[in-house]
Design a protein. Structure first.
Length: 284
């Protein structure tokens, strides 16, 4: 077993009251069959050429969406929650909650698999929003999940076929899920929780471990949370590659595990004596 996994499990064992803050991204859902964004060849941005985008990230650009919602509809149809089951990593986070060791999960993912795994809503910060609610991008009128879901699940490509969810109040406004696009603000809960947790970590650095997993730490402001972890606290990176602040400003205390995140949590669960509990959670 990797020394770094042993290190992480030792810290968790040595302080049985310590809690974990997870900061996660698309890499924790790739084993569920959902591609991440930036992995070469398999990432969504590599495979968007069929959508005729001026640049890959335009699919999540609010100005682009206003003029041409088609690429987002095609992508959203493919990614729409309900078609996927949580990964081992998601269930490990749930297990941490069951063991009273989970402080919070900050996720950039819009797949809602943290909720699906059973993690309590109040512990989850969906930093980039989710499909759970919608609004009109013109007049801001709020809409429930169904209106966009119905249009996106029945969406068909081709001239004359496009049928977008439109606002009933201002008539012409496009309805869009509350997923944070480039050019939009993150939910205020992201900033308030991050600020609260940073202060908590400054005061009680031995009682918290921050684990970043399955993220390229390429998108602002989420990526800035790695540098914001106080120096006294322990940060860990569980990812296939070395990224972000772990690469730019490595700290001696960092625990870096460059492996598949599902295999890492399996090893961790074994080390902690929780493997059976993890398997039970997964099998339901
Ligand atoms: P990325 O695709 O940028 O990064 C995923 C990271 O996970 C990469 O570093 C991969 O190497 C790693 N990875 C993939 N599978 C893995 C596995 N099984 N085990 C361990 N590591 C693995 O995804 P994010 O960082 O989440 O915005 O992207 C951030 C944001 O960019 C997304 O939220 C999205 C996108 O624009 C919106 O949807 C609004």
């Amino acid at each position: 077993m990797k020394k770094s996994i042993k290190q992480l499990s030792s810290i968790l064992k040595e302080n049985p009251n310590s809690k974990v803050i997870f900061m996660v991204g698309a890499g924790i859902s790739t084993s569920c069959g959902i591609p991440d964004f930036r992995s070469p060849k398999t990432g969504l941005y590599h495979n968007l050429s069929k959508l005729n985008l001026p640049y890959a990230e335009a699919v999540f650009d609010i100005d682009f969406f206003k003029n041409n919602p088609v690429p987002f509809y095609i992508l959203a149809k493919e990614l729409y929650p309900g078609n996927f089951k949580p990964s081992k990593f998601h269930y490990f986070m749930k297990l941490m909650e069951d063991k009273n060791r989970l402080h919070r999960v900050y996720t950039q993912n819009i797949d809602t698999l943290e909720r699906e795994a059973g993690i309590s809503g109040e512990k989850i910060i969906e930093a980039h929003g989710s499909f759970a609610s919608n609004h009109c991008i013109n007049c801001n009128e709020r809409y429930e999940l169904e209106i966009f879901k119905e249009k996106v699940t029945n969406f068909e490509e081709g001239p004359g076929k496009h049928d977008f969810a439109k606002c009933r109040k201002c008539v012409d406004g496009l309805i869009k899920p509350n997923i944070v696009f480039f050019g939009e603000n993150l939910p205020s809960s992201f900033f308030t929780s991050l600020d609260y947790d940073r202060k908590l970590l400054e005061k009680n650095s031995d009682d918290y471990i921050v684990i970043f997993a399955g993220t390229s730490l390429a998108v602002y402001p989420f990526c800035s949370s790695a540098a914001a972890v106080p120096e006294m606290a322990t940060r860990s990176l569980v990812n296939k590659e070395l990224v972000g602040n772990f690469k730019k400003e490595p700290r001696d205390s960092d625990i870096v595990i460059l492996e598949n995140c599902d295999s890492v949590v399996e090893e961790l669960a074994r080390e902690l004596g929780w493997l059976e509990d993890l398997e039970k959670l997964i099998s339901g």
